[in-house]
Write a protein that binds this ligand. Structure first.
Ligand SMILES: [Zn+2]
Length: 210
């Protein structure tokens, strides 16, 4: 947790041993605790623009992953294509509504909300304005982030694909590749997102506006 004291020398408490320590100004790379060596924060070299670029790149992938078929299966001359939303509806029709809701939330709702929230914070900051409800949207990002589970879904899909391949002719759709790319971009976005830099920028803008 960062305790703002002045713009140049913030105090940071180590999450592992609770030691309160002053950070030198202009930090880059990983910052470790002076007492126990735990990672306190990682300052992204590329800054917030890098995260914003990744978020913008993720939106077309999210659209492709949801709009186009994941798989096309030809079972005895009867071809059928399955989209992500179609799979959710099929799960619900089979009476497994809880699984259907879980798949929808973890693979469609959370990734979309996560990206939209990041864009809502990063784009105005890039344009020199602190967005309304900044703290609330930031907390939303922290709460929903662990619930995005595209990688788990993709793993399950690949297992099904291997099993299906022995029974029918299976063609992978554009959405499957988009999902794989989205998984990489989302992991990269989370790794590149420097929350301390975001708060620094937001505080600066709030000071300028106030
Ligand atoms: Zn420590």
């Amino acid at each position: 947790m960062t305790v703002p004291t002045s713009r140049t020398a913030p105090l940071v408490a180590c999450a592992e041993c609770d030691l309160l320590q002053q950070l030198p100004d202009g930090l880059t790379g990983a910052v470790r605790c002076a007492r126990c060596g735990a990672l306190i924060m990682r300052r992204a070299r590329a800054g917030l623009d890098h995260t914003l670029a990744l978020v913008i790149a993720a939106f077309p992938l999210l659209f492709l992953a949801n709009w186009y078929p994941l798989l096309e299966v030809d079972l005895g001359g009867r071809p059928s294509a399955a989209t992500l939303m179609g799979s959710v509806l099929a799960l619900q029709e089979q009476g497994t509504s809880v699984v259907a809701v879980l798949v929808m939330v973890t693979t469609i709702v959370v990734p979309a909300l996560y990206l939209a929230s990041l864009l809502y914070l990063l784009l105005p900051i890039r344009l020199g304005r602190r967005p309304r409800g900044f703290s609330r949207v930031f907390r939303t990002i922290c709460v929903i982030r662990p619930w995005g589970m595209i990688e788990v879904f993709l793993l399950g899909l690949l297992v099904s694909l291997v099993k299906l391949a022995s029974m029918a002719s299976v063609v992978t759709g554009i959405a499957l590749w988009s999902f794989a790319a989205l998984m990489v971009v989302l992991a990269w976005t989370t790794a590149a997102f420097d929350t301390h830099a975001l708060w620094d920028e937001a505080d600066l803008l709030a000071g300028a506006e106030g």
